[in-house]
Every structure is written in C-alpha cells, then in structure tokens.
Design a protein around this ligand. Structure first.
Ligand code: NAP
Length: 234
C-alpha cells in the first residue's frame, strides 16, 4: 500500500514493488488519470493493482483506507506513507498551513500505521515513512513542512519499538530525488554544488531502497536512511 502512489516517487515505488511480485494498492487524490494509467500498466505486466481516491485532509480518510484495505486483504506486507504536502511558509496563512501539514504529513501516516497494524503484524510487514533531509536540516522558508517531517521521523523511532518484533518501521529521508516542477535551473545547479555526488537522486533510487528494506533488509528497524547523495555531510 502506497499513499500518493500515482505519480513521481510513489509511482516508482509501486512499479518497483509490482515488478518484484507484490500486489499493489495505491491511494491518490487529484491524479486520477495517472492512477488509472499506472494500474493499467501494472495489470498488463501481470501484477495486481487497486486504486482508491481519497483526500487525506478529510476526517474520514483513514477509516476509508483501512476499510478498503481490510476488504481486499487479510494481511499487509508493506505500508509506504508517501503522500505529502510541501508548501512554503506564509505568515498570514500560518495556522492553516500548520494544520494541513500536520494532518497529511504526520497525523494520517500515524493513524494508518495504527489502523493497519493488525494486517501488518499478520504479514510480519514493513512500514516506510517518507520523511525529508529537511527533518534534520530544516530550511527557514519551509519550517512548517520541515517540522511536520521531523515529527514523522521522531514517530518512526517510537513506532519501531511499538510494532516490534513483528513489523519493521523505517524512515527514508531524501535530499532531492525528484525536482519540484517549478524550481528554476539556476537553483537546481546551486543545490547540486552542495551535493558530493553532484547529481540529484531519482525516484528509482527511492524505489530501490524501499524494495531493499522490504525484502533483504528486514533486520533493519527504527532507522532514518538519508537518501541525499551526501548533501547532509556538508
Ligand atoms: N521529491 C523529492 O525530491 C523529495 C525530497 C524530500 C522528501 N520527499 C518525500 O518523498 C515523498 C514523495 O515525494 P514526491 O515529490 O513524489 O511527493 P509529492 O509529489 O509532493 O506528493 C506525492 C503525492 O501526495 C499526494 N497528496 C498530497 N496531498 C494529499 C491529500 N490531501 N490527500 C491525498 N493525497 C495527497 C498527491 O496525490 P495527487 O497527485 O493524487 O493529488 C501527490 O501526488 C514525499 O513524502 C516527500 O515529502 C521527496
């Protein structure tokens, strides 16, 4: 199960896991066409893929996802809390931004883990929380977003203890693995000067890491894995 799985990083994770033989459930909000094309692609390749449209800001969202998942499967191997809001701070919208980021980037991921924990335990499954390098190296103009990801990262550590020994819980904290569409070229180049590997990561890098954590890396839990080309070293 991958939240926000229709596009970009979530889509790469869904495709990678489908290729490895996992049955796929994704949620989406506005990307209905992309969700449909992904499902068609995966099904054509012999995989199983179901999609659910849900707005995570709505109060009934988690119940909707948990009921939907429980009606399809009796156990859940993987939950990737991928869906996210990423908006810059604005002084005159601070309360709304705080509430929205808190809801989508923290509250929903936590509630999903709790709501799906019996299915995850039944599968001896794995939770991956997509956090951000900004959780430990916050950016002033994105302090609300950074704080929401820091909270999710912190929750990863406690959840790992809470859900052990049956379920592993880890965080992946990317630097840039898929540029925001509107980021100008010169800002991209400036960022890359501070990345020792001198390139942005890719959605595929995240997908390969998720695949590793849920197949080979099953003795790893409660970890924050920085997927940042070394950006955090500088
Ligand atoms: N891209 C990067 O370089 C980067 C860097 C650091 C961290 N990360 C983290 O890695 C993850 C994936 O990154 P990304 O860039 O692919 O994410 P993204 O494009 O910003 O967001 C992923 C999906 O979240 C869904 N979403 C947002 N608000 C929602 C809501 N209210 N209800 C339901 N779905 C909602 C959207 O679904 P719809 O399109 O269907 O509306 C969107 O496609 C995120 O958690 C992000 O914070 C990414």
């Amino acid at each position: 199960m991958i939240t926000g799985g229709a596009k970009r990083v979530g889509r790469a994770i869904a495709s990678r896991l489908a290729r490895a033989g996992f049955d796929i459930l994704i949620t989406y909000r506005s990307s209905g066409a992309e969700a449909g094309s992904l499902a068609a692609e995966l099904i054509a390749d012999g995989a199983y893929c179901h999609t659910l449209m849900v707005d995570l800001e709505k109060p009934q969202a988690v119940t909707q996802i948990v009921d939907w998942t429980s009606s399809i499967c009796s156990q859940l191997d993987v939950l990737v809390n991928n869906a996210s809001i990423y908006l810059p701070d604005k002084a005159d919208e601070r309360n709304t931004l705080l509430r929205r980021h808190h809801r989508v980037n923290l509250e929903v991921p936590l509630e999903l883990v709790y709501g799906l924990s019996s299915l995850l335990r039944a599968a001896r499954g794995h939770v991956i929380n997509m956090t951000d390098l900004l959780a430990i190296r916050p950016m002033p103009s994105y302090s609300i977003y950074s704080t929401s990801k820091a909270a999710l990262l912190n929750a990863t550590f406690s959840l790992a203890r809470e859900l052990a020994p049956e379920v592993t819980v880890n965080a992946i904290s990317p630097g840039v693995i898929d540029w925001p569409d509107d980021l100008p070229l010169e800002q991209r180049e400036e960022y890359l000067l501070k990345v020792p590997l001198r390139r942005a990561g890719t959605p595929q890098d995240a997908a390969n890491l998720v695949h590793f954590l849920v197949t080979e890396g099953t003795y790893i839990t409660g970890q924050n894995i920085l997927l940042d080309g070394g950006r955090s070293l500088i």
